[in-house]
Every structure is written in structure tokens, then in C-alpha cells.
Design a protein around this ligand. Structure first.
Ligand code: FES
Length: 271
């Protein structure tokens, strides 16, 4: 599980290319891995942002927003992760649908990219809408542009593209033309808003949920989410779900459950 390439994509966002031939052999869009970077290290779920079966590598994108992710981002080429478990989760089903709008917020581009690329390769027309807080946090824009018939950006502070949230360009596209599916990946409030807009236009919308996880194999129940009134486990039933059926309020509440402890651990590791 050796790191063979590392690139800083934005402040505190790092792309790693990792030797993991067995995972690369089976990886599909929508899959993720659970990473432990050291003995007794926290188990961190990361989407497989890309894979190369010939070279036996997978691509991971990590944002240093807590103790473990901050420390992972300080690992260098030649270092090895202790273990990677995967590929986990259900693969996102790729179909030829027609026009698909791919919406990403912040780090959501990393899990969105393999889906968008596979949809493009299946013959779909891709319209990409990428949002971030500010220009320097827009990542993987060239990769997304290469597979998109159209690409639009938005930033919360107006430093690049549309000034405001990405849901406004989404509303404009859906008002303008017939779209067969929306795929939205990013922070929970962004996905909830994208689902609301897509539903206004009766367009099916799928989301990729980032619930808290421990084992990643359906044993701990930590990643449970309510979808269509039923309890689902994000790690084995997802992470891709029908956005219209997801209880986003509950997901947001569960994501914040350990916020205080996470803040304290992060603060201590930076001392
Ligand atoms: Fe434990 Fe999903 S992470 S059940």
C-alpha cells in the first residue's frame, strides 16, 4: 500500500496514487476503501477517485479536516499506509440515459469523477456543475472538463464563476433543457438542496452519502441512514442512494454527533 505519487490539489486537499493492485483489479465507480495509516490509527473511508488496472494503482483524495486526515496528508511518496480494505460499497450502476447533470460541492468532485467518467464512456452527455467555497478550493477541474459537454463553476465568495451556491446553475440548466438524471455529491446541505431542485423539475437524482463509518462492512451500524423510511447501512447498501428518498436532516444530525471530540483531537494533534 505504498504511496507512489502525491499532489497538493488545494490547501489541505491532497491526491495520492497508491499501489493496490488487488483493489484496482475490482474497483468500480461508487466503490470506496477504508484506510488505516498506522497501528491504532482511525479507520478512514475514502472514495476510490480513479483506478488503473494495468498499473495496479488507485487514486485517493483526502481533505485534512480532522486529526487523522491531517496526518495522512503529511505522508509522502515512498511511505506506506498500514492497510486498505476494499473495494467496499455497491458500485454505481452505469447506464446510457441521455443527458446527465453531475453536481459536486467541495471535495465531492473526487467521488463524483469516476461516476461521471463512466457515464461519459457509456455515451451520456455530461453537464458538470462544480462548486466550492472559493476559487483555490475548486479541484479536478481539468479531469471533469475533459468528459463534459459543458462545465460551470460557482464559488460561495464569488472569486470564480457564479457567485453563490451551485444549486442556482442547476436550476438554470433544468429549466433550459430535458435532463435524464442528476448526480449530486458533496456536503449534506448541498446534496439536500440539489435534490430539492431536481424534484421541482421531476428529474431523478442520485446522491453519494458520506455517513460516519467504522468497519465499512455492515457490522457496527455507525453508518445507518434512513432511505425511503427504512434503515440502510451506507457502507453495504450505498453509498449511492436515490436522493429523493434520503432523510438528510437525520444524516446531518448524525454527522455532527462527535463534532466536539473531533475538534479537540484535531486541536491536540496540531500542538
Ligand atoms: Fe459499520 Fe457501515 S460502517 S455498518
Amino acid at each position: 500500500m505504498k504511496i507512489i505519487d502525491k499532489k497538493q490539489l488545494a490547501p489541505e486537499i491532497v491526491r495520492f496514487i497508491v499501489e493496490a493492485p488487488q483493489i484496482a483489479k475490482k474497483a468500480q465507480p461508487g466503490h470506496f476503501i477504508i484506510l488505516r495509516y498506522k497501528e491504532n490509527g482511525e479507520r478512514i473511508p475514502l472514495t476510490i477517485a480513479d483506478y488503473n488496472r494495468e498499473k495496479g494503482t488507485i487514486t485517493l483524495v483526502c481533505q485534512g479536516i480532522g486529526k487523522s486526515t491531517y496526518e495522512i496528508n503529511r505522508m509522502e511518496v515512498g511511505d506506506s499506509f498500514l492497510d486498505l480494505l476494499g473495494p467496499l460499497g455497491k458500485a454505481y450502476p452505469i447506464k446510457k440515459l441521455g443527458t446527465v447533470v453531475c453536481v459536486a460541492g467541495g471535495l465531492g468532485v473526487a467521488p463524483l469523477y469516476p461516476k461521471a467518467k463512466a457515464l461519459y464512456e457509456a455515451g451520456n452527455r455530461i453537464i458538470s456543475l462544480i462548486g466550492a467555497q472559493r476559487k483555490e478550493l475548486l479541484i479536478m477541474t481539468e479531469e471533469m472538463a475533459a468528459i463534459s459537454a459543458e462545465i460551470h463553476f460557482s464559488t460561495d465568495d464569488g472569486s470564480f464563476g457564479h457567485h453563490g451556491f451551485i444549486t442556482e446553475p442547476l436550476r438554470q440548466v433544468l429549466a433550459r433543457e430535458k435532463v435524464d438524471e442528476v448526480v449530486a455529491v458533496g456536503p449534506v446541505p448541498m446534496m439536500a438542496s440539489a435534490v430539492k431542485v431536481a424534484r421541482e423539475f421531476n428529474v431523478p437524482v442520485v446522491v453519494s452519502l458520506n455517513a460516519l463509518m467504522v468497519d465499512g462492512t455492515g457490522m457496527c451500524g455507525g453508518c445507518r441512514v434512513t432511505v425511503g423510511g427504512e434503515t440502510k447501512f451506507c457502507c453495504v447498501d450505498g453509498p449511492t442512494f436515490d436522493g429523493a428518498a434520503v432523510d438528510f436532516q437525520e444524516l446531518l444530525m448524525r454527522q455532527r454527533y462527535y463534532q466536539e471530540q473531533e475538534k479537540e483531537a484535531f486541536h491536540r494533534c496540531k500542538l
